[in-house]
Write a protein that binds this ligand. Structure first.
Ligand code: MG
Length: 445
């Protein structure tokens, strides 16, 4: 039984993710861990799932500390003092979704072996033990997690400034911050103000119905932020997803900065000469061309695979164009709050539009085709045999074909009933993209 996807357990509330399941996950986890910290994003089902998890963990003898409504990076930071961290979140998915993501004390999400242990315990109804009445775990409440996370970021941002400038000056930028009604509103506005920024907030009140916008911080969902940056004459705009592990930006002209551009900008500051950068297989060749002195390692798509590879290789930095930026100096958990603070430090010296202008640009096109999960295997077999005739195939994740004029990647989504298509070309990207789209659509007929 496969419960965990590339982003933990995630699904529709009361259909795929239920209190029955959460109770079993709690029992399985509580049987192997002595202590845990638990938090949740503002999802409507968050508290319901949290209670079931806590009941399971405590019943198995594990002590649990609740830190309430927090961001995923806040929870991952708090996990350093416990045997594990538990986050109830469905990240950037729409409001009907809920999920459970498990964390190690060093900020790494549970790896596949750890996840399989829990899946096996639940599938075989084994090791789901209730302890004696006088051995049940305690439930406590912690109130310092947000402040400790915020202080850690302030300390690190100052350290980076000292290394770069040999001086620390307060940020003086005007920033429009769109938390999308996600958990980011519990920490990011306060942090940016403490850094000295003039902060204008949009949607900073957490609300699990996500009434303002879809929680995914992509170009299509950030119309209000783009207009507000221009309207308020701000230096930049920042947007986060539902649990604020992801973060994206808008330049001073109200133009959305793409994920590949963000990756190249951060990497330009974070990677030492001769250093290493880790990115997923769908990342633009802009990143390779912008960092000729660094080696670029490509992984499967999913921030957990990027984090694992950073840890394994000791890389300087890594990230995903979807908005997950991993700074191993502070944590292996993508941190959309630290990333916002780091970007402000960078933009303080050079405007975002100028930073974008310096990057090599190739046209990229990304899209999806709806595909039932059970048809994905058949579609990918067809895609593989068709694309083999076009160029060199890499199948680290989906099928990527390299050609002289660019590359095309076709891969099944790990969390949704979709096939994702990415094309990048030196000239005719639309043609290349439609080649991929046609192959997928015909395989579905
Ligand atoms: Mg997220």
């Amino acid at each position: 039984m496969k419960l965990f996807g590339s982003s933990g357990i995630r699904g529709i509330t009361n259909k795929e993710v239920t209190v029955d399941l959460a109770l079993k996950v709690g029992l399985a986890l509580g049987g192997t861990k002595k202590s845990a910290v638990i938090g949740r994003d503002p999802r409507i089902a968050g508290e319901m799932i949290e209670h079931a998890l806590i009941s399971g963990m405590v019943s198995a003898g594990c002590d649990v500390m609740r830190i309430g409504l927090v961001t995923t990076p806040t929870l991952a930071h708090a996990a350093r003092n416990f045997d594990c961290g538990v986050m109830v979140t469905a990240s950037h998915n729409p409001s009907e979704y809920v999920g459970i993501k498990l964390w190690n004390p060093d900020g790494m999400a549970f790896d596949s072996t750890q996840q399989e242990e829990i899946e096996e315990a639940i599938a075989l109804a084994r090791n789901l033990n209730h302890v004696e009445w006088n051995r049940i775990g305690s439930i406590t409440t912690g109130n310092n997690a947000v402040r400790e996370h915020l202080e850690m970021i302030l300390h690190n941002v100052k350290q980076v400034k000292v290394m770069v400038d040999m001086k620390v000056k307060p940020a003086s930028l005007r920033v429009v911050l769109d938390c999308g009604c996600g958990a980011g509103g519990t920490i990011t506005p306060y942090l940016l103000r403490e850094m000295g920024c003039d902060v204008i907030t949009l949607n900073a009140q957490p609300d699990g119905y996500f009434p303002a916008r879809n929680p995914e911080p992509n170009d299509a969902n950030l119309g209000l932020l783009k207009r507000a940056v221009k309207e308020f004459d701000a230096d930049l705009g920042i947007a986060q997803d539902g649990d604020a592990d992801r973060m994206m930006a808008v330049d001073e002209n109200g133009v959305f900065v793409t994920g590949d551009e963000m990756l190249a900008i951060f990497a330009g500051y974070e990677c030492k000469a001769g250093g290493t950068l880790v990115v997923p297989v769908d990342t633009s060749m802009t990143v390779d061309d912008a960092l000729p002195d660094s080696s670029v390692i490509r992984t499967r798509v999913g921030d957990v695979y990027v984090a694992e590879e950073i840890k394994r290789t000791g890389a300087d930095f890594g990230g995903e164009p979807s908005g997950s930026w991993i700074f191993p100096r502070i944590s292996y958990c993508p941190d959309g709050i630290y990333a916002a603070a780091r970007l402000i430090g960078i933009v303080q010296d050079t405007g975002l539009s100028e930073l974008r202008k310096r990057l090599p640009q190739y046209p990229t096109k990304r899209g999806t085709v709806v595909c039932d999960n059970e048809k994905k295997g058949h579609v990918m077999n067809v895609v593989r045999s068709e694309l083999e005739t076009f160029g060199t195939i890499t199948d680290i994740d989906g099928v990527r074909v390299e050609m002289d004029e660019g590359w095309l990647l076709v891969r099944p989504s790990g969390t949704e009933p979709k096939i994702r298509i990415t094309a990048e070309a030196r000239t005719c990207v639309d043609e290349l993209y439609y080649v991929g789209e046609e192959i997928v659509k015909e395989a579905l007929v």
